[in-house]
Design a protein around this ligand. Structure first.
Ligand SMILES: [Fe+2]
Ligand SMILES: [Fe+2]
Length: 275
């Protein structure tokens, strides 16, 4: 078996749905899905079922899009619980399930799906947190999360992010032995946010996770959200950004199969931009 990863399937787009439909079966392999399937319940369920029926196992974490409440419906924690139910009904594992321990290429591998958020800490020192949205807007950047991602019952998303990080730290500290693969929507470190719009960085993670790779001995950290596919190895940890992204971010000719990232066994490239 192989451990493969993808994220940001954004199946609201017809081209992305067609790519999911055309994906061949992988009866031996497990797939890690780092969030952003869609914001729409039916499309989330559809994508989850298509993936679950093609792989031996699917492990999912939410992206910001799954957490959006567009119109009526549950918000914040209740929205998250609702999406977890959808994924479980489809047969996927979520951050609320026991972590799978797999045997990959003769090694014991622990897969840790983490529900994490952003807390606006990825920002220059001269910009106070209260000014982040205005500072981004000066460059024409407005995160849709400010409108659709609610934090109830927490006062705001950064407060929710802190609770989630604390919970994840406790779980990581008590993890079973084995090689550790961490799955989250957001990159664990600010220096991994390699995007063309720097003022969007505040909505891309939290500094709280910066020392986790060393502290918890993470072998591979899989994330998405940036829609910029990279492999970056630093300090013994391999960071894999595995987004598909919007139709403009990927090439039809390669198909979704061409974007499934080998996590374990790895692909042997310590640094790479994946076109
Ligand atoms: Fe995305
Ligand atoms: Fe995202």
């Amino acid at each position: 078996m192989r451990l493969l990863a993808i994220s940001d399937l954004h199946v609201d787009h017809a081209a992305n749905r067609a790519a999911v439909e055309a994906l061949p079966e992988h009866p031996e392999d497990w797939l890690l899905v780092a969030g952003d399937l869609s914001h729409d319940d039916d499309r989330i369920a559809w994508a989850a079922r298509r993936l679950v029926e093609r792989f031996a196992g699917v492990v999912w974490v939410p992206g910001n899009h799954e957490l959006w409440t567009v119109g009526d419906g549950p918000r914040g924690e209740a929205r998250y619980a609702h999406v977890v139910r959808i994924l479980r009904e489809a047969g996927a594992l979520t951050p609320e399930d026991p972590w799978p321990v797999l045997e990959v290429a003769g090694e014991r591998v622990v897969v840790a799906p983490l529900f994490l958020l952003y807390d606006l800490s990825f920002r220059p020192p001269e910009v106070p947190r209260e000014r982040v949205a205005a500072w981004a807007a000066e460059a024409g950047i407005r995160s849709a999360d400010e409108r659709w991602l609610h934090a109830e019952p927490h006062p705001d998303v950064p407060a929710w992010s802190a609770v989630l990080a604390e919970r994840a730290e406790a779980r990581l500290a008590a993890r079973p032995p084995g090689r550790l693969v961490v799955l989250s929507h957001y990159p664990l470190r600010e220096d991994l946010v390699l995007i063309g719009i720097p003022r969007y960085a505040p909505w891309c993670g939290t500094r709280r996770t910066a020392d986790w790779p060393r502290r918890f001995g993470i072998d591979v950290a899989v994330s998405g959200h940036l829609h910029v596919r990279t492999t970056i190895t630093r300090g013994g940890t391999r960071f894999e950004e595995v987004s598909l992204g919007y139709p403009r971010h990927w090439r039809r000719a390669r198909g979704l199969e061409g974007y499934l990232r080998p996590i374990l066994p790895g692909h042997g490239r310590p640094f790479w931009y994946w076109r």
